[in-house]
Design a protein around this ligand. Structure first.
Ligand code: ADE
Ligand code: ZN
Length: 327
């Protein structure tokens, strides 16, 4: 069977990766030692053993604790560089990286430290690996809109280093409309707009991400299938969904990969893509997501592989002229 080899070799874009979710336990321990940070787990093995999640919140608690070892510009560079090495091995040629500045600024880490470290890694990945990479600043939706607005202001001196903004963290109880004003300001600034919606939250959150935040992509969005009119709208508008199969299984959105609704999403004509979300926590990077998903879906072959790779470039924020070289 040559399908896994095709999946691994084909050029692809990753559009849904939280860079803090690429922090492997080994690097967490290395940075903890380097920075004198005390961890709640005695070893790499004990930490990895705690990666048994029941829902989004059970993951987020451990994910924010892991990020506490990131203090210096070099730490942010090292984390992103480790991701780019994995991405290059998976034939990812373009990546749009989410980062969560509030996770760091709340601990006293300056915004400039975060952005400079990540931006340096993006620049070097382009120069040395030929990966085009950009940053998307995410607001934490469990915090207030005022906190998001203050975070945006703090980031404006680094405006040239990020292309857009997103919305992540605990979804239920924090609908997109909570952030209507800060996203309106982001649109005025010419930032690209995305939001997590319909991962754990209801289809109504996907609708308000479209209508209130005016997003250009939906992150996850898998619960759209509960609203057939919404599915038709997403297809008609060619609104991309950045789907994360291994994440969805680890966070119990679907029981197994064979139960995932990706086949229905593609059949409905949606611009769905495959992404890793938080690869250090969910058991795999891009090619693991592709190979394991296709292994679980015997009806899928080279046609779907090509479609998903094509979708990833169509859904990307690369300038149209550069896009033409890929699609
Ligand atoms: N932050 C990191 N990963 C996330 C996810 N899958 N959903 C919401 N917020 C996140
Ligand atoms: Zn995510």
């Amino acid at each position: 069977d040559r399908l896994p080899a095709l999946l691994r070799a084909m050029p692809k874009a990753e559009l849904h990766i939280h860079i803090e979710g690429s922090l492997e336990p080994e690097l967490i321990f290395k940075l903890a030692e380097r920075n004198g940070v005390k961890l709640a787990y005695p070893s790499v093995e004990a930490l990895r053993a705690a990666y048994a999640f029941t829902d989004l919140q059970s993951f987020l608690d451990i994910y924010y604790a892991g990020a506490s070892v990131l203090l210096k510009e070099q730490d942010f560079f090292d984390m992103a560089w480790a991701y780019f090495e994995k991405a290059a091995a998976d034939n990812v040629v373009h990546a749009e990286l989410f980062f969560d500045p509030q996770t760091h600024t709340e601990r006293g880490v300056p915004m400039g430290t975060v952005i400079r470290g990540l931006e340096h890694a993006c620049r070097r990945a382009h120069a040395e690996m030929g990966i085009s990479a950009s940053l998307i600043l995410c607001f934490l939706r469990h915090l207030s809109e005022d906190a998001a607005m203050a975070t945006l202001e703090e980031a404006l001196p680094y405006r040239q280093h990020f292309i857009g903004v997103g919305l992540d963290s605990s979804e239920r109880g924090h609908p997109p409309e909570k952030f209507a004003r800060v996203f309106a300001r982001c649109r005025e600034l010419g930032l690209r707009i995305v939001a997590h919606a319909g991962e754990e939250g209801p289809p109504e959150y996907i609708r308000s991400a479209l209508d209130v935040l005016k997003v250009e992509r939906i992150d996850h969005g898998v619960r759209c299938v509960e609203d057939p009119a919404l599915v038709r709208r997403l297809a008609a508008e060619r609104m991309p969904l950045t789907v994360c199969p291994l994440s969805n299984v680890k966070l119990c959105v679907f029981k197994t990969l064979a139960d995932h609704n990706l086949p229905a999403l593609l059949k409905a004509g949606l611009v769905a893509t495959i992404n890793s979300d938080d690869p250090a926590y969910f058991g795999g990077y891009m090619n693991d997501n592709f190979v394991q998903t296709f292994a679980a879906l015997p009806q899928w072959g080279a046609r779907e592989a090509w479609q998903l790779a094509h979708n990833s470039f169509e859904a990307s924020f690369v300038p149209e002229a550069a896009k033409q070289a890929w699609v």
